[in-house]
Design a protein around this ligand. Structure first.
Ligand SMILES: [Zn+2]
Ligand SMILES: [Zn+2]
Length: 414
C-alpha cells in the first residue's frame, strides 16, 4: 500500500466508528479499493484519447447492460454497475479526468468522493435512454466553490389519512404542509443585495474544512462542515430582512399527489424535490415522503388485498339457508349465499371481490365472510312462548353425552 492509501484507509476507519448503517458498506468498499481498482478507461472500454461523447456513449451502453433492474438475478451486476458509474463520474468531469490522468487512483487528498469513497447513484433505467443521468453526475463534484458533499436539502415526512374506499379506487389528493422553503425575498441567498455576501475565509468558500488529527503515531486527515459559514461557503454581510440571513423560512404550501390503488397503511409516497432546500441554496431540494394511513372500513378487516367480514345470521337462516345482499366497495352488490345447515364459524369465500394489488396486474384479492349466530338481545313474550313449543322439535335427538361426543368428533375432523 502507498502512503496515500494508508491515510485513505485510516480516514475510512474513523468514518466507520461514527457511522451506523454506513459501516459495513464502507468497510466493503475500502477493501475493494485496496485489492483491485481497475483503470477507469479500461472499465468503460475506451482509450485515453476518447472524446466526451465517446465516454458518454460507452457509459450509456454499459450501464444499460448492467443496470440492476435488468439483472435481478445477478448480484455481481450491481457492483459492476457501480464501477461503471464511478468511472463515468470521474471521466465525464473535465477537472476530475485531468487529475485522474495525472495521478491515477493515488491522487493527493484521497478519494474525490470523500472518505466513504464512491457510494453509487440511483439512475432510472429510462434515463439511460434519454439524457436524464447527466445532471445526476454533474452534481457529484459541482463547482469548486461549493465543493461540499451535502448538496441535497433535508427530506420531510408527513402522515396523511385516506378513506378506505381509496384503496379500491385510487385517489388524487392534496395536502397542505408548513415547510422550510427558499426565502422569496432574497431568493434563498440570505442577502439583502447581491453584493452582500462574501466567500467564507475559514474554508475558502469550500464549505468544508480539513484538519490533521494525531492519534498515537498516526496522522489522520479529518474533513468536516465549516462551522464559520454553516457549510454554505459564504458569509452574509448584509442579511435579508425577511429571513434574517437564513435564506429560508417556513411557508405553507399545497402538494398534489396520487394515491395508487391497493395502498396500505405505512406505505410512503415519495414526492421528489418537495423537501427542504439545500444549504446555501446550492444543490437540489430534499424529498417529501407522505406516509399513508388508511381509515378503517365500517365492517371489513384487511389482509393485503384480501378482506374479511363477520355476518350475523339468525338460527332459522343458518338452518334453512338464504341469500343476503350488501353494498360493496366495487359498486356492485355483494351477494352472500348461505347454504342450508350452515353453522356459526363457517366461512364463505367470494374470490376476486377483494381489493386490487398495488402496482400489479394480479387482479383482486378475495372477500371472506365469517358466519356468526345472531342472538337477539331481547325477545317478545309471544316469541318466547313459540320457542318453548318448538324447543323439543329442534333439540338434538341424541343424549347429551352423545351429542357432546359427536361435536368433538366434528371439531377434530374425524
Ligand atoms: Zn431572505
Ligand atoms: Zn466556511
Amino acid at each position: 500500500m502507498t502512503g496515500k492509501q494508508i491515510i485513505a484507509a485510516l480516514v475510512a476507519i474513523i468514518f466507520l466508528e461514527k457511522g451506523t448503517v454506513e459501516k459495513s458498506r464502507c468497510l466493503g468498499k475500502v477493501a475493494v479499493h485496496m485489492v483491485d481498482k481497475r483503470d477507469y478507461y479500461e472499465i468503460l472500454g475506451i482509450s485515453k484519447e476518447s472524446s466526451e461523447s465517446e465516454i458518454k456513449k460507452a457509459f450509456r451502453s454499459l450501464a444499460r447492460k448492467f443496470h440492476p433492474d435488468k439483472n435481478p438475478d445477478d448480484p455481481s451486476a450491481e457492483n459492476k454497475f457501480k464501477e461503471i458509474q464511478e468511472a463515468y463520474a470521474i471521466l465525464s468531469n473535465p477537472e476530475e479526468r485531468q487529475k485522474y490522468d495525472t495521478y491515477g487512483h493515488n491522487r493527493p487528498g484521497g478519494s474525490p468522493f470523500g472518505p466513504g469513497g464512491f457510494q453509487g447513484v440511483n439512475i432510472n433505467i429510462d434515463d439511460l435512454f434519454g439524457g436524464g443521468f447527466e445532471s445526476i453526475f454533474g452534481q457529484i463534484f459541482g463547482s469548486s466553490r461549493s465543493n461540499n458533499r451535502r448538496k441535497k436539502g433535508g427530506d420531510l415526512l408527513v402522515r396523511h389519512t385516506v378513506p378506505f374506499q381509496s384503496v379500491y379506487d385510487g385517489l388524487d389528493d392534496e395536502i397542505e404542509i408548513e415547510a422550510l422553503t427558499s426565502c422569496y425575498n432574497c431568493n434563498g441567498s440570505g442577502s439583502r443585495d447581491p453584493n452582500g455576501t462574501r466567500s467564507c475565509p475559514s474554508c475558502n468558500g469550500r464549505g468544508r474544512v480539513q484538519r490533521i488529527e494525531r492519534v498515537g503515531p498516526f496522522a489522520q486527515q479529518v474533513v468536516s462542515d465549516c462551522p464559520s459559514c454553516n457549510a454554505t461557503g459564504t458569509i452574509v454581510t448584509n442579511p435579508c430582512k425577511s429571513c434574517n440571513g437564513a435564506g429560508k423560512s417556513y411557508q405553507n404550501k399545497k402538494i398534489k399527489f396520487s394515491v395508487p390503488q391497493g395502498i396500505a397503511s405505512g406505505n410512503r409516497i415519495k414526492i421528489s424535490g418537495q423537501g427542504e432546500p439545500p444549504r446555501g441554496n446550492i444543490g437540489e431540494n430534499g424529498d417529501l415522503f407522505i406516509e399513508i394511513e388508511v381509515s378503517d372500513h365500517p365492517w371489513f378487516e384487511r389482509d393485503g388485498a384480501d378482506i374479511l367480514m363477520a355476518l350475523p345470521v339468525n338460527y332459522a337462516d343458518l338452518l334453512l339457508g338464504t341469500t343476503v345482499t350488501i353494498p360493496h366497495i366495487d359498486g356492485k352488490e355483494l351477494q352472500i349465499k348461505i347454504p342450508p345447515n350452515s353453522k356459526p364459524g363457517d366461512t364463505i369465500a367470494l374470490p376476486r371481490r377483494g381489493l386490487p394489488h398495488m402496482r400489479s396486474s394480479r387482479g383482486r384479492g378475495s372477500v371472506t365472510v365469517l358466519l356468526k349466530l345472531d342472538i337477539p338481545k331481547k325477545i317478545s313474550r309471544s316469541l318466547k312462548n313459540k320457542l318453548k313449543e318448538l324447543k323439543s322439535d329442534i333439540s338434538n335427538p341424541l343424549s347429551l353425552e352423545d351429542s357432546i361426543i359427536e361435536e368433538a368428533k366434528n371439531r377434530r375432523g374425524k
